[in-house]
Design a protein around this ligand. Structure first.
Ligand SMILES: *Cc1c(COP(=O)(O)O)cnc(C)c1O
Length: 360
């Protein structure tokens, strides 16, 4: 069997190690005579998997003890409302940095709930191709929300903003576990698993414990962070198989040398593709400005849609799939998450050069 180089933005490529381990254990998990999917979440058999995944996250991501690691459902999209619902009330203000389609979606939910929001900065004027440098924070803000990597527009923060003690809430759905975070100003980090951490079905939320104090009695039980924190994310049935797969993913990450090692590999991987863009004399045009190019999602365009269609068709015959761009940016997008092997990026870069020779 030949594995595809899957450049899809999400659900996305998984490490072969994780898939093969799951395959070995799928019918008979740890000699129990059952699949993990058939096991009660109230048994030690499952609880060990659950706790091992949590410890791997804490160890590899260096999560401080005053943070809880939660597995929630409803996707990263549900965090767009859970965050403002629990963390700001009445006249309190929430700051938002708007850098692309995902941060726009996040602030929209806060507004639907009638929360007071302030836009610290936006890069909408240039269709989100840069990270704004001038940020006008509200000193009394209850949190600052940002999207560390904009999956559609391909821009990524290279440094976290200094919020002077205001908790930073980060949607890291498309770059969690790809570099180390300085936890100093962090209030919470959240991510849907299906891009850089595992298959779909769980949202990882890493939250500073003192933020629970802001929750109100009027918030439904399931929508409060403290409910899940008190019960170690076992208040109701968690997505057991996804959590198991996240664990396998992290074992693989650990075996590579952890997050710093992964980050170095990611720099190298993305460089192959950015170099192919930069050395193409404008045949390929990247969307993001150079100083904020994402290491995870690389959107680029060509001079006509026909050419782009031809590119996608030919790339598919070479086992490269998922390169069609998002409709709001157009063109192509290569998503090169942690699990994308270096050979995949090299193959794409070589194909880009080849295609240009034939069609340039
Ligand atoms: C994909 C994505 C989301 C939405 O995730 P779901 O789990 O599908 O709700 C949110 N934010 C970012 C940055 C994303 O890439």
């Amino acid at each position: 069997m030949k594995r595809a180089f899957n450049f899809s933005a999400g659900p996305a490529i998984l490490p072969v190690y994780a898939l093969e381990e799951a395959q070995k254990e799928i019918v008979n998990f740890k000699n129990s005579g059952m699949s993990l999917m058939e096991v009660s979440h109230r048994t030690p058999l499952y609880e060990d998997v659950h706790n091992e995944t949590i410890s791997l996250i804490r160890e590899l991501y260096k999560v401080p003890d005053n943070f809880d690691i939660l597995f929630l459902q409803g996707g990263a999209s549900s965090q767009f409302f859970m965050i403002p619902m629990n963390l700001v009330h009445n006249d309190e203000i929430a700051d938002y940095i708007i850098t692309g389609a995902w941060s726009e979606k996040a602030i929209k939910e806060a507004k639907i709930l009638g929360k007071k929001t302030n836009v610290v900065a936006t890069s909408k004027d240039k269709n989100f191709n840069y990270i704004p440098s001038e940020l006008k924070f509200t000193p009394s803000a209850k949190y600052v929300h940002m999207t560390s990597n904009e999956t559609i527009h391909g821009v990524q923060f290279k440094k976290l903003p200094e919020t002077n003690g205001v908790p930073l809430i980060i949607d890291a759905s498309s770059d969690i576990f790809s570099y180390h975070i300085d936890w100093k100003n962090i209030g919470a980090i959240y991510a849907g698993a299906q891009k850089n951490a595992g298959p779909a079905g769980a949202t990882i939320v890493i939250m500073r414990k003192d933020l629970y104090e802001r929750e109100k009695e009027t918030i439904p039980t399931m929508l409060r962070y403290s409910t899940h924190a008190k019960e170690n994310s076992l208040y109701n049935t968690p997505p057991v198989f996804t959590i198991y797969m996240i664990g396998l993913n992290l074992k693989w990450l650990k075996s590579l040398g952890g997050i710093d090692a992964m980050n170095a590999i990611n720099e190298k991987k993305a460089k192959y593709i950015y170099d192919a863009i930069d050395e193409s004399n404008g045949f390929y045009k990247g969307h993001a400005e150079k100083n904020c190019r994402s290491l995870m999602n690389i959107p680029f365009i060509m001079k006509s849609e026909d050419l782009e269609k031809k590119f996608i068709k030919e790339s598919e015959t070479l086992n490269m799939i998922g390169l069609k761009g998002h409709r709001s940016v157009g063109g192509l997008r290569a998503s090169v998450y942690n699990a994308m092997p270096e050979e995949g990026c090299l193959a794409l870069a070589n194909f880009m050069k080849d295609f240009m020779k034939k069609n340039g």
